[in-house]
Write a protein that binds this ligand. Sequence first.
Ligand code: MLT
Length: 309
Amino acid sequence: MWIHINDPLAEEATEKLKNALPEAKITIEHFEKEELKEKIKDFDILIIRSATKATKDIIENGKNLKLIARAGMGLDNVDLNAAKEKGIKVINTPGANSLSVAELVVGYILSIYRHIVTGTVTLREGKWEKKSLKGFELTGKTLGIVGFGHIGKLVRKLVTGFDMKVLVFDVFEIPEEVQKENNVKQVSFEELIKNSDIITLHVPLNEKTKHLISEKEFEMMKDNVVLINAARGGVVDEKALLKYLENGKVLGAGLDVFETEPPISEIQMKLLNHPMVVATPHIGATTKEAQRRVGLELVDKIVEIAKNM
Ligand code: MLT
């Protein structure tokens, strides 16, 4: 059995995999699209994170391929229909890295409200911008969480100390007792967009969520709203975000994800250079702890399946 790891997996997880399946051939190397399309012919199991796109043509070339194991949550980089057609199983580790993403979201909110990045950059430039970097307190503000799954719930838990009002929107009905337990109020999408001071997105990217936040939504938002996207780039229309940052309606944005990664378009460059944008290269789940949890959980699942293969 040939298991290929195409994106980085925690070392401890790789060791566990080797020990659990001593007979298996395990290779670790990042192949880009064309090379992977060729090499995949020999693999039984392909392990990926977000960098590898398991597209239809790659999957179709996987003559021996039986399992695609995604270290992380999002499956938008795997063509699930193509995998299904070929009878290839796809697994992931929902929840294992949620805490790290939620913690980054809180970091973004504080960074924007208190100008932590601009303060650092201007100090490095030898400037003392004490007067212009007046921020806001979180306490008393309304936080809107779009998507109340693993990450959304953890964001709510983490901001508890700030005594914020928390509105949530989810396509699923959240039982009254869960709303009470979490001290949140479930509202319609429109209500959340209209009434939140800070909006954070925690939904997958699919046909329904593509450009979920666009001109229409920005128009409805409160002045000085802050938008955080640590979900998927395509959920926010970047062109519209730039427009509303430039016209001052949006106070700031925290972006860990982009419509194309890495971001290279003119609009993306303008966004990244905007003083009120704080950005990171899709590192929401990139912590030692999260990668360990993700890796070990994924290996457990792989071993279970491989033993019956
Ligand atoms: C995920 O879907 O788990 C996150 O985007 C993290 C990642 O894959 O890097």
